[in-house]
Design a binder for this molecule. Structure first.
Ligand code: CP
Ligand code: NVA
Length: 314
């Protein structure tokens, strides 16, 4: 079995194209096995700690089910449950959790908190969303794209809306695997310069074209994939009014905007979605929406990640 040396995953920058491909291939294999009723017990005796500062439906449940289906165990902690909330340091929290468990999946507000945990933990740390990055989401999104479109080459993906955490990690993923990605967002809500730099650097090898515009029409023109996310992410609630005024109506994925993409274009959204804000109901609930496959794929990519990280083999 191939042995892989795997880094912590904070942004997705850390993973090579080969490692990303190994995760996607294993996710696909596990998906097929699950549909056939084949079970594995490969993570018996292994424990995943999920340490979450923010709400989660899909990421939390898919990680917990992933551990259960692979024969392992998971412990879910709200940050308010543990001594971190009473002033214990990130460093001591990381050292302590490393004594009892085999991997940490962490959802935080401040990305620096996950950098701190990653620095002091002696077990793998996986970002389950920070204000700035959502690498696990990007992995399941590109798995979904590969399933729906066959491969990554010559695809155009249009991101319309907030250049947020999901967008940042998806840019990095696209640069690495070779998806052409154009982000249409207002100037104030563009993706991070770090994500754009990593994506463009990776694109030199993959051939991807990574672009940013403020014009949604330019982005969706000829696109194979239209993707968006909430206009008000967790932690941005205080800016809700200003954000909605900036994004609506120009950056809404309406049926009219969607019709400017290719005839076989798919619609994606990491969920949770606000129908009537970032997307019109008839798009997200329409025939070309793949949001439920996208959500399901979180289970398969998380299983693959955990299998690889906790057994260091495919
Ligand atoms: N897409 C996603 O991360 O969803 P949750 O916030 O429900 O985990
Ligand atoms: N950008 C969203 C993603 C939710 C999965 C948020 O951070 O709230």
């Amino acid at each position: 079995m191939p042995k892989l040396s795997l880094p912590n995953i904070l942004t997705l920058e850390e993973l090579s194209l080969n490692q990303i491909t190994a995760i996607l291939d294993l996710a696909n294999k596990l998906k097929v096995e699950r549909k056939r009723g084949i079970t594995r017990n490969s993570l018996a005796g292994k424990t995943l700690v999920l340490l979450f500062q923010k709400a989660s439906t899909r990421t939390r449940v898919s990680f917990e089910v992933a551990m259960a289906e692979l024969g392992g165990f998971s412990i879910f902690l709200n940050s308010s449950d543990i001594q971190l909330s009473r002033g214990e340091t990130i460093a001591d929290t990381a050292r302590t959790l490393s004594l009892f468990s085999h991997a940490l999946a962490v959802r935080v507000y401040d990305h620096k908190d996950i950098e701190g945990l990653s620095k002091y933990a002696s077990i793998p740390v996986i970002n389950a969303l920070s204000n700035d990055y959502h690498p696990c989401q990007a992995l399941s999104d590109i798995q979904t794209i590969r399933e729906k479109k066959g491969n990554f080459k010559k695809l155009k993906m249009a991101w319309v809306g907030d250049g947020d955490n999901v967008c940042n990690s998806l840019l990095i993923a696209s640069g690495k695997v070779g998806i052409n990605m154009m982000v249409a967002s207002p100037k104030k809500y563009r993706p991070s310069s770090f994500a754009l730099k990593v994506a463009k650097d990776a694109a030199r090898s993959s051939g991807a074209v990574i672009e940013v515009t403020d014009d949604p029409l330019e982005a969706v023109n000829g696109a194979d994939i239209i993707i968006t996310d909430s206009f008000v992410s967790m932690g941005s609630e205080a800016e809700a009014k200003e954000r909605l005024q900036t994004f609506i109506p120009k950056y809404q994925v309406t049926a009219k905007l969607f019709s400017k993409a290719k005839k076989d274009a798919i619609f994606m959204h990491c969920l949770p979605a606000k129908r009537g804000q970032e997307v019109e109901a008839k798009v997200i609930d329409g025939a070309r929406s793949v949001v439920w496959e996208e959500a399901e794929n979180k289970l398969h990519t998380h299983k693959a990640l955990l299998q690889l990280y906790l057994t260091k083999s495919l």
